[in-house]
Design a protein around this ligand. Structure first.
Ligand code: MUC
Ligand code: MG
Length: 374
């Protein structure tokens, strides 16, 4: 029986960090990322951290960094104040009863509780989640400079450094032929040295998807991520039936219910599992379980979180059956600044899952203070 340790304080920090180059997605071009950090302090003085980082303000989803901060400070904080920090499941049940949606905020709070509990008990979060099955996760990189030659050059550098040999190319912004030619040129330059995937971020109609995916399949692309609207379950099912390459759902998946709907409708070959999109570590684990029983493949997705969110996802993913399509947990590498005292270790095309207590990473308080939005 663990002792009761009340939650003493909850704090949210918005930390604006430039990206190493413009990251061009169909719905937004990022030149900075706003890292949303939640700090939970327990009565015994132990602090835990979680991340609720999203992409492009309100361009990607319905929670923005600013709305997350207000929601946690105004509604989450008073609810969880004095709750037993050693009972994350019970705290999350309370939040889920009292607060609709707000999945990113919930993810950050749950992560911070697990981080603190792990630190206090000297156990990594992966052990609190059932124990890990592996210590290293394969990691893809996203090519999204918006220029074909720059993307090829970037991929060559990653291959030479043995950092990534799986590349996800962002398209959907330009006309379909230009986008497909861009991907085909990259695929041709890299040949069989790399696996090429594409993310359209919902920007095609059904007709464009039929046309575009045929071209991309011919170019040697192995997977297409969310080519059409997340709400178009029937359209996604049609694409899965029509094409041999894998069709992955991403924005469509907002936790176990939507994952169950997609799986039932045979609307995806692969699920992009994201802890923030799912509403936390426990909810993401339920999505993974649904995929496993339905024999749907998994991919470890990201919302381009910094070191805290990336470590949290890595802890969960390490406890799951092997992810057939690997992961894309490269978020911290897209930032110009390292926000951890010791950076996460990327080597031999993989991310080493941290092994210390809690998330196994320590935030650099000086850096956070410097970059925190005032
Ligand atoms: C997305 O839609 O997958 C993940 C990697 C990246 O570059 O963007 C994100 C979001
Ligand atoms: Mg995506």
């Amino acid at each position: 029986m663990t002792t009761v340790v009340p939650i003493r304080n909850t704090r949210v920090m918005l930390v604006d960090v430039p990206t190493i180059r413009p990251h061009v997605l169909a719905m937004a071009t990022m030149s900075k990322q706003t890292i949303v950090l939640v700090e939970i302090e327990r009565e015994d003085g132990v602090r835990g951290y979680g991340e609720a980082t999203t992409i492009g303000g309100l361009a990607y989803g319905e929670e923005s960094p600013e709305s997350i901060k207000v929601a946690v400070e105004t509604y989450f904080k008073p609810l969880i104040q004095n709750c037993d920090a050693n009972r994350p499941a019970s705290v999350m049940a309370l939040l889920n009863r009292q607060i609709v949606g707000n999945r990113f905020a919930k993810c950050a709070v749950e992560t911070a509780l697990f981080d603190a509990m792990g630190r206090a008990s000297n156990l990594p979060v992966s052990e609190l989640l059932g124990g890990r099955q592996r210590d290293v996760l394969p990691v893809a990189w996203t090519l999204a400079s918006g220029h074909t030659a720059k993307d090829i050059d970037e991929a060559e550098q990653m291959l030479a450094a043995k950092r990534h040999n799986v590349f996800k190319i962002k398209i959907g912004k330009r006309d379909i032929v230009k986008d497909c030619d861009h991907v085909a040129a990259i695929a041709k330059a890299l040949g069989d040295r790399a696996s090429i995937r594409v993310d359209v971020n919902q920007h095609w109609t059904r007709a464009h998807a039929m046309q575009g995916i045929a071209r991309l399949q011919y170019a040697g692309v192995s997977l297409i991520e969310q080519p059409i609207a997340a709400t178009d379950v029937v359209g996604m099912h049609q694409l899965c039936n029509r094409f041999d390459l894998a069709i992955m759902a991403d924005e469509a998946l907002t936790g176990p219910s939507s994952a169950a709907r997609y799986i039932e409708a045979l609307a995806c070959d692969v699920i992009s599992l994201k802890i923030n999109q799912s509403g936390g570590l426990t909810e993401a684990r339920k999505v993974a379980a649904l995929a496993e029983v339905a024999h749907v493949a998994l991919y470890g997705g990201t919302m381009l979180e910094g070191g805290i969110g990336t470590a949290a996802a890595a802890h969960l993913f390490s406890t799951l059956p092997a992810m057939e399509w690997g992961t894309e947990l490269f978020g911290p590498l897209l930032l110009t600044e390292e926000l951890l005292v010791e950076p996460l270790v990327y080597r031999d095309f993989g991310l080493v899952v941290p092994s210390g207590p809690g998330l196994g990473v320590v935030i650099d308080q000086e850096k956070i203070a410097h970059f925190e939005r005032k």
